[in-house]
Design a binder for this molecule. Sequence first.
Ligand SMILES: [Mg+2]
Length: 220
Amino acid sequence: MDILIFFDINGTLVLRDERTDIPFSTAIDTLLGVTDAMKGVDTSARSDKDVFLEVLERNGKAFSNGRWDEFLRLYIKELEKFAATDVWRENVDAVWFVRALKARGYILALVTGELSVGAEYKLKKLGIWDCFLTGGYGEDGLKRFEIADSALAKVKKMHERDFKAMYVIGDTVLDIETAAHLGARSIAITTGSHSREKLLAAGPDYCIDKFREVESLLLR
Ligand SMILES: [Mg+2]
């Protein structure tokens, strides 16, 4: 089926709570030798690399590739540690929905500020990593539109036909704006950091509380 659906991860596929970012924040603390380096940093709808740059700046440290590589090494160590815990859980009925779309032949891809390594650990934990053809990740750009452009370019390389329709599903206003940027329809879900009112004000094509509400649209 030539319909492409992009998914955001945090607050959309993965339930977002205060523990979701522990592996990331622990790795940053270890790298900088401080505690609570992430305190007061708003991570919602941002790329991990953008957040990393802000934390470095707050701590008076310059970015270098060496520092980034060291962070990635520490982050993977933390992800490995947390893979056995329950910090990453399914958001509402996401797992059923993703598997049902995949079984129907939809092309699924990710657009997320999450680094690819973090995305892989989280979605493997949910058992849906293999449902996604590819994605745009936190290392592909600092801003969401760049990440979305990168995701679409990767999909087009792997799937050479044109798409009849595209959707972007996410929990923030930025996901709705990303859909408009790509010329896609937007499905906003109210389970993340933005309220229903805030999402509706951005004019999504659909606004849902759980995925079953678009069953008749996509899984008829
Ligand atoms: Mg999100």
